[in-house]
Design a protein around this ligand. Structure first.
Ligand code: NOJ
Ligand code: NOJ
Length: 461
């Protein structure tokens, strides 16, 4: 009798879940082309130079009508992926010309004298001239993100027999070639403090360091291939230096990766928690090893972030799926002013979906999943059960499969959460109000679309 009841309940739960999953799939089918169209619309937008990527069409309250090097690099990584995967030849030609415009625009702003005095200048006017007002400078993640998207493109062009294009447009031994310019900047400046991706805090940042390390490693591979040997070994040497520095961001007592060390300015952040750590791995982490998707230190950080934002944001106490995630618990930027209440962000909540999908994929290929004191809290919350000491689940065991399924489902929960806060027209702003859940801040944020498209790409794999 009892077993029968369990079976019925289990079947009922399963069908509720698959009904949700179907709804989610349908919604993605509708919103994906909209997100792609809206993202592409923000590149070479009317009234801007060709190849300029505006952060948002919003010109006031807030004014995001600028080319941010970071937002543009993250966006173009998505565009390059679409270009590589495009089947339709018209679409492919169109995407490639968009990318060529971006390369030209990047060369132009790299050559433009600016107040950072180099590649760390965070944003430019939409005609490519320098922005001359006060801003948090320099921001040293931008050049790394730009280089990463273009190195991915270089790899594809080389595979297509277009090595000459790579040498002409992206990388040659001249320090002025677009990719090399960034790699030179990174390799000579990574030890200096800078302002982080949220544009508020000066210090040494995990996000900046991880994207810098990956750019130098990928860049070394490209330099080597193109015969620029001494540059390749210099980049590798500096990447190794950054790797060493990255270990110091782990806090054994808090069991989190701390975003900023040696803080010199910016808001006080006693929690030490910051979603930038998760974005860092999404944008630059490998699939395995230290500071990768599979790193248990990251899992622990994710669990602590979920716990914090669950209790801070009232909108997370309404029984909605997953947890809407913000930048950091002490955040006061509400999308308009810096003395309001911080909110959950769409691009970060999508980022958490991507994390769970990618983790499911990596662990599914592993021979075992190990529960350790570092990732215990993460798995306890995923499986709704406490763990003591170490445990190992071997591939093929039912618990192993259960973990993979739950990770995937959690990814779906995060996307369902994004769906819940997004209207039928698919428009995505920067934030969601922490009380009401309604979108606020810069409308049609290019990065929100990019993060969403990356998450559904990870889901489809
Ligand atoms: C707008 C954004 O860059 C945000 O991150 C920051 O808090 C404020 N400006 C203040 O610098
Ligand atoms: C504020 C965010 O904090 C920053 O990361 C971003 O680059 C700008 N807005 C532009 O979207």
């Amino acid at each position: 009798m009892r077993t029968k009841l369990y079976v019925i309940v289990a079947i009922a739960l399963l069908s509720v879940y698959s009904a949700h999953a179907d709804e989610l799939t349908d919604w993605i089918g509708v919103v994906q082309p909209i997100a792609q169209k809206n993202l592409l619309r923000n590149i070479s937008y009317p009234g801007t130079a060709r190849g300029c990527v505006i952060a948002s069409p919003s010109r006031e309250n807030p004014d995001y009508f600028y080319h941010w090097v970071r937002d543009a690099g993250i966006t173009m990584d998505v565009v390059v992926r679409y270009f590589i995967e495009a089947k339709d030849s018209n679409e492919k030609v169109h995407l490639e010309s968009t990318i060529l415009d971006y390369i030209n625009f990047s060369a132009q702003i790299q050559a433009t004298p600016n107040l950072s005095g180099g590649a760390g200048e965070p944003k430019f006017n939409v005609d490519g001239t320098a922005y001359l007002k006060d801003w948090g400078r320099p921001q040293n993640d931008g050049p790394a993100l730009r280089a990463l998207s273009l190195i991915r493109l270089a790899g594809y062009w080389i595979a297509q027999g277009k090595k000459d294009w790579v040498e002409e447009k992206l990388y040659n031994s001249l320090n002025t070639s677009v990719v090399k310019y960034d790699l030179e900047y990174i390799s000579h400046n990574w030890k200096n403090s800078s302002i982080e991706l949220w544009e508020e805090t000066r210090g040494q940042h995990f996000y900046t360091r991880l994207v810098q390390k990956r750019a130098l490693e990928e860049g070394a591979g490209l330099a080597e291939y193109l015969g620029d040997r001494s540059a390749a070994s210099w980049y590798r040497q500096q990447a190794a230096g950054i790797t060493k520095a990255l270990y110091s961001h782990w806090s054994e007592s808090k069991k989190i990766i701390v975003e900023t060390l040696n803080q010199e300015s910016g808001p006080s952040k006693p929690s030490g928690l910051d979603s930038a750590v998760v974005l860092a791995v999404l944008h630059a982490g490998n699939e395995n090893g230290d500071f990768s998707i599979a790193d248990e230190k990251l899992a622990s950080t994710v669990a602590k972030l979920e716990e914090a934002f669950q209790s801070i944001y009232p909108v997370n106490q309404k029984g909605f799926p997953a947890v809407a995630i913000g930048r950091y618990p002490e955040d006061k930027y509400d999308g308009y002013t810096t003395h309001g209440e911080g909110n959950p962000w769409l691009l970060i909540t999508s980022g958490f979906a991507e994390y769970y999908y990618r983790l499911a994929k990596v662990l599914n290929k592993a021979s075992e999943i190990r529960i350790t004191p570092n990732n215990q809290a993460f798995f306890a919350s995923l499986l709704g059960q406490k763990f003591q000491g170490n445990m190992t689940f071997k591939s093929g065991e039912p618990q192993f499969r259960d973990i993979i399924e739950r990770l995937t489902r959690k990814g779906d929960d995060y996307l369902t959460r994004v769906k819940l806060h997004t209207d039928g027209d698919g428009a995505m702003a920067e934030q969601m109000n922490r009380h009401s859940g309604y979108q606020q801040g810069a409308r049609d944020l290019t990065w929100s679309y990019g993060a969403f498209l990356s998450a559904i790409n990870a889901k489809s794999r």
